[in-house]
Every structure is written in structure tokens, then in C-alpha cells.
Design a protein around this ligand. Structure first.
Ligand SMILES: [Zn+2]
Length: 304
């Protein structure tokens, strides 16, 4: 089954590349979002067909099982950085690493990111943190988010969405010592770039999307709310168990929201093994990965 699935996916990819070559997939994406008849746009549906749960599980096993605990600033976080950068390059992107981000314990972390050029220079950030909170191997928190963002990058590589998409893998999101404000280093670092902030249309943090029964779309109420509402409505139209309304600052949307960027934190609740040694890849539900990826694909393509 696994092999058949891969072969059919490959054939589908060839089909899309052949059919969209010269036809201009960009026009299809543009017209799709303003389609008054409500017909499902062909390109979007083709992109959704490409979502591959096996590929996402592979990333999660690599990060949480092979590398294991990815404490901010340690060699294991660095291994995750290198693996993610190599994956982005394999998908056809130029992977960037940030300057050194010096943590309060003097260890050094980085952000890894890549951009997909859209029709407009305004940016939508789709991010996930790479580190885990010791002693947790962090399969759900947050290899699951990394896997979804890598999958979005992989699937969208040949598309031209309306907005430029920056896929970001944040370093050092988790609290590193007894000071509860010693966290979100990577996102806070990126949000200090005033030139970048001025170019951002919206930001999403994908953080814990592999376990749970409720899909929460949150922000802190500090900036324009349209992006949270957009994602919520798309999830709702897909029939997902949507929840919203809690004002939580517990992920990488925090710094962007304080900088005035419309933001959303996408996460499934509730994981009793969160931050524990029990947050292992065998507990990850691939259906949650797939539905989260589809919801974000729709949000990216339908963004206006
Ligand atoms: Zn997290």
C-alpha cells in the first residue's frame, strides 16, 4: 500500500507539472480565490491531493526518535537545523540561517527559513519551532509542526500564491531555565527586524498538531484579528472540531503580535504527554497532520 501510494503520488505530480506547464498555474490560483460560484479550484484540489502523511511521519521520526531531545542551543537542536535546511534545499529552496541568537544561558540558537515568491512582495509567515523541552523528545511539541511546515513547502514549491510565503523554523521557543520569560528567542529575534515586520501580511505558528481532539486557533488579541478568523472559518468549513477564543501567548506568534502583525497559533489540544518523555512519535495521529496541512494550504491559497 505504501509503495502504491507513493507511485500514485508521483504520477499525480507528473500530471500536475505537465498540465500546468505553460498554462500558468498562477492564473488558476488567482482566479480560484475569487470564484463566485464556489467551485473548488482545480489547482488547490490538486495540491491537497499531494499531501503525504508518510513524508511527515518520516520527519517526525527523524527529529524526535533519531535525534531525540532537542534542547535549545545544544548539538541536537543544531542537528535539527541542518536536517531542516537540507530538506528545504532538496525541495528546491534556498535555505537561510539567521545570525547567531544568543540565549540567556549563553548557548546559541538559529532560525532556519526559506521563501516562496508570490505574486506580491507582502509576506505570510508559516512557522514552527524546532527545539523541544527536556526531557521530552518533542514529537508532538513540536516535530509535528515542523513536519507540517516542511510539507507545505514541498507541496507549494511549483505554485505562485498571491502572497510571498516565508517558511520559518524557529530556534529556542521553549523556556530554557527557571525564568518564565526566557523563551521564544527565535521568533523574538526575527520580530526585531523592522523592515521585515513592515512587509508581513500575516503570521502563523504551527505548534503541536499531532495529538488531540480539538483544533484551536488562538491569538492574543494584540493585533488585527482577520488571519485567526480566516483560518478558523476554513477549518470550520472542512468540518474540523474548531475552537477559539482563548488568549494565549504560549507560542511563536507572541513577538509578531506585539509588533502589530495579524497572527494565529494553530494547535490541537490536549496532549497529556506535553513536555514529558512520553511525547514520542508512535502517538502521532497522521490524520491530524493531514487535516492541518490541508487547512493551511487553503488559507495560503485563499489569502486576500
Ligand atoms: Zn511548542
Amino acid at each position: 500500500m505504501r509503495r502504491l501510494f507513493r507511485i500514485s503520488t508521483l504520477l499525480f505530480t507528473i500530471l500536475i507539472i505537465t498540465s500546468s506547464h505553460g498554462l500558468n498555474a498562477q492564473d488558476d490560483l488567482q482566479s480560484s480565490s475569487s470564484n463566485p460560484s464556489g467551485d473548488k479550484p482545480a489547482i488547490l484540489e490538486q495540491l491537497i491531493e499531494l499531501i503525504n502523511p508518510d513524508r511527515m511521519l518520516e520527519h517526525i521520526f527523524k527529529l524526535a526518535d533519531e535525534y531525540g531531545v532537542r534542547t535549545a542551543g545544544t548539538v541536537n537542536e543544531r542537528l535539527a537545523e541542518n536536517y531542516i535546511a537540507a530538506s528545504l534545499e532538496r525541495y528546491g529552496y534556498l535555505a537561510h540561517s539567521s545570525d547567531n541568537i544568543v540565549l540567556d544561558n549563553s548557548l546559541i540558537s538559529h532560525n532556519i527559513w526559506a521563501e516562496l515568491q508570490g505574486k506580491f512582495p507582502k509576506i505570510i509567515i508559516i512557522g514552527a519551532h524546532m527545539d523541544s523541552k527536556p526531557p521530552s523528545p518533542g514529537a508532538n511539541d513540536n516535530a509535528s509542526g515542523v513536519a507540517v511546515v516542511l510539507e507545505l513547502a514541498k507541496i507549494l514549491h511549483n505554485a505562485t500564491p498571491r502572497f510571498t510565503i516565508r517558511f520559518v523554523f524557529f530556534g529556542a521557543e521553549e523556556i530554557i531555565d527557571s525564568n518564565v520569560d526566557h523563551h521564544h528567542y527565535g521568533s523574538r529575534f526575527m520580530a526585531t527586524d523592522r523592515h521585515l515586520i513592515g512587509r508581513i501580511h500575516a503570521m502563523t505558528s504551527i505548534d503541536m498538531v499531532g495529538f488531540g481532539s480539538e483544533l484551536w486557533i488562538d491569538n492574543m488579541g494584540e493585533a488585527d484579528d482577520f488571519w485567526r478568523g480566516k483560518i478558523f472559518n476554513i477549518g470550520d468549513s472542512m468540518g474540523l472540531p474548531m475552537h477559539t477564543g482563548e488568549r494565549r501567548a504560549w507560542s511563536d506568534h507572541e513577538a509578531f503580535e506585539y509588533a502589530g502583525v495579524p497572527s494565529a497559533w494553530v494547535h490541537w489540544r490536549y496532549d497529556p504527554e506535553y513536555h514529558s518523555v512520553g511525547d514520542t512519535p508512535d502517538r502521532i495521529d497522521p490524520e491530524l497532520l493531514v487535516s492541518t496541512t490541508e487547512m493551511m494550504l487553503r488559507a495560503i491559497i485563499e489569502a486576500d
